[in-house]
Design a protein around this ligand. Structure first.
Ligand SMILES: [Zn+2]
Length: 275
């Protein structure tokens, strides 16, 4: 599933190519891919509007339009935004297609169909979109140990579960939660509110490091993630615990384990991450 680094990689690529482009028209092939408004209004309202900037908030890519509106993309489980030239072979699971004014097209390709597109003209009044309800951005300077400690204080949920809660910290999913907890040497089942100041400090650093490292590698491709040109990321080679259960821990040589926590597969080293 695309998490912050995969969305950031996409946003950085699109930022070089999309600002200034006008969206001539849009075809929606699967109505439910449109999160807001309905598919018909989406297609008619996006017509002829120009992209000014490309940003990210959590796992959302935000295309700010010149007239003040915002087109948001959430990639769900398997969604990729692909920039293609005319005549390039069709992708397999195209759910929506944007025709741009330079003749190229942007395709939302999504086999599992959990991706969503939103078009909002007035974020404050029209509709309260999900990206306005997210927690702290882990790459912002406001993401300090004190901020993280404040957000975890009093929470009884397992720390792994708390990290996946987008209202606490935005953008972390299953892969980077497991990787960050391993680096910070914190057991995923620890109750979030019981972490010491030192542990929270280690966790904050670990989160920043795993996310920045993954962005450098252009994301992690586990099954389906691709960048805007359809290429895979490279971070899967850096993973320390994710999907390494049964293999030796790189730090202590013990066996990496997998448990299910909050219905999510969770990977950790019982030797390095004690309860
Ligand atoms: Zn270990």
């Amino acid at each position: 599933m695309p998490e912050l680094p995969e969305v950031e990689t996409m946003v950085r690529d699109l930022r070089l190519r999309l600002p200034g482009r006008r969206i001539r028209s849009t075809e929606v092939y699967w109505d439910r891919i449109i999160g807001y408004p309905d598919a018909e209004s989406f297609a008619s309202r996006i017509r002829n509007r120009r992209v000014a900037t490309v940003d990210r908030r959590g796992k959302f890519a935000l295309f700010r339009l010149e007239d003040g509106g915002v087109l948001a993309v959430h990639r769900g489980m398997t969604g990729s935004l692909l920039l293609r030239l005319p005549g390039e072979p069709e992708d397999r699971f195209v759910r929506a297609r944007f025709h741009l004014d330079d003749g190229s097209e942007m395709r939302l390709d999504d086999s599992r169909k959990f991706g969503r597109l939103f078009l909002v003209d007035d974020e404050a009044n029209e509709y309260r979109p999900p990206w306005t309800r997210l927690g702290v951005e882990p790459l912002d300077s406001s993401f300090t140990a004190a901020t993280l400690a404040g957000r975890l204080a009093g929470r009884r949920a397992a720390i792994k579960t708390a990290l996946l809660n987008q209202a606490i910290v935005a953008g972390i999913g299953n892969i980077y939660a497991d990787e960050a907890l391993f680096r910070a040497r914190i057991h995923p089942e620890r109750s979030a509110g019981t972490l010491s100041k030192r542990e929270v400090g280690r966790l904050r650093t670990a989160i920043t490091d795993v996310l920045m490292g993954a962005i450098e590698q252009r994301g992690t491709t586990f099954s389906t993630y691709r960048d805007v040109d359809g290429a895979s990321g490279g971070n899967q080679r850096q993973l320390q615990v994710f999907h390494r259960h049964g293999q030796p821990c790189f730090r202590c040589g013990g066996e990496v384990k997998r448990i299910v926590l909050g219905a999510r597969g969770t990977h950790f080293c019982p030797g390095c991450q004690r309860l």
